[in-house]
Design a protein around this ligand. Structure first.
Ligand code: AMP
Ligand code: MN
Ligand code: MN
Length: 331
């Protein structure tokens, strides 16, 4: 019996919550659990709360049941927090967690603060969807559950290419495939497809990007006025930082977008050596070794300068001593 089954034994009313600005892993894991509970524990009343879920995940069963207003008439017996490293990242969901009689956090962030009563945190797992799969009974995973978890896994692994992808990830993905999901459509439709304006803003961000630290770093920014001009939201900016990271010779990519005047959401990505979770944590954020984020205020110049100092310091520390020169995989 998994820790999830133990927690569900006496629960009648369960809330499932994720992090602010929910991504594919967060949305997939939340809906995966909702569908699993509805199929396996039909006596339990389960509800999902997420802030502004992206319509690109509307093909997932239960998407229309997501509640975006975090109201609650009574305390939940159990609050399951998915893909959130700390309470701050739960946003309004925090109220639900605080009032719940019991709580379970399932996550894969190295920076997780063990904030729930029970925490299942696996920093080596590709995604929360992968960790969650380990808590479910395999033969009860329906096609609908599989669609959700597969979506979560492809989003956090960049379709099985980031180093967080492990043989275990592939084994689980194989098992999910065997339920008959249309994986090609899921990958194209939710990961690669871009709307016309999404392509335009991506193009503009690439055009205006700047390299520094001898080409080892690249940065770009989208300001509020640009978002207004193209009529895009933050969700339309997905994938920009990844394209920046792919630039030849770049070890670290920084992408900023303006949330409010002089307040920026920062996305950091690294390729082979830099631990960006350390840098994001220093500025009050968190994440993973190769993908992390935080919020910073000041002018663009200040933000990039502050980040650059930390990047440069780490790169210096990582420099090979004397004769042991590292060979880049790009050479
Ligand atoms: P992003 O750049 O927003 O795609 O985030 C990259 C990774 O860092 C994701 O795994 C996020 O969950 C995590 N992350 C982003 N922003 C924060 C933050 N403010 N605090 C903690 N973790 C974050
Ligand atoms: Mn996430
Ligand atoms: Mn995740």
């Amino acid at each position: 019996m998994s820790v999830l089954d133990q927690k569900l034994k006496d629960a009648e009313h369960v809330a499932i919550i994720g992090h602010i600005r929910p991504d594919g892993d967060c949305t997939g894991a939340c809906l995966g659990l909702l569908n699993y509970l509805q199929a396996v524990y039909p006596q339990i009343e389960a509800e999902v709360f997420l802030e502004e879920p992206s319509v690109k995940f509307a093909y997932l069963k239960g998407f229309d049941q997501i509640q975006t207003v975090f109201s609650q008439e009574r305390p939940y017996d159990l609050c399951v927090c998915l893909d959130s490293s700390d309470q701050e990242r739960l946003g309004e969901g925090r109220k639900i967690l605080e009032l719940a009689k019991d709580s379970l956090c399932v996550d894969h962030h190295i920076t997780n603060t063990d904030f729930a009563r029970t925490n299942v945190v696996k920093p080596d797992a590709s995604s929360t969807s992968e960790v969650l799969y380990g808590l479910l009974e395999e033969d009860k995973v329906t096609k609908e559950v599989a669609e959700c978890l597969y979506t979560g896994i492809i989003h956090d692994t960049g379709v099985f290419k980031y180093p967080c992808t492990s043989p275990e990830t592939m084994t689980i993905a194989g098992k999910l495939m065997s339920t008959g999901i249309d994986f090609s459509r899921i990958i194209d439709g939710s990961f690669y497809q871009k709307t016309y304006v999404q392509n335009q803003i991506l193009g503009r961000a690439l055009l205006e990007s700047v390299t520094f630290l001898e080409g080892k770093c690249i940065f770009s920014v989208v300001r509020l006025k640009d978002m207004k001009f193209y009529s895009v939201t933050s969700q339309d900016l997905d994938g920009i930082v990844e394209q920046l990271r792919l630039t030849k010779g770049v070890e670290c990519a920084i992408f900023l977008y303006e949330i409010e005047s002089q307040i920026f959401k920062v996305s950091l990505r690294s390729k082979y050596v830099l631990d960006v979770s350390k840098i994001a944590s220093y500025f009050g954020g968190g994440g993973h070794v190769r993908a992390a984020g935080c919020t910073m205020s000041g002018s663009i110049y200040d933000v990039v300068n502050n980040l650059s100092e930390h990047i440069e310091r780490q790169l210096k520390e990582l420099e090979p001593k004397e004769d042991g020169e590292q060979k880049s995989a790009e050479d």
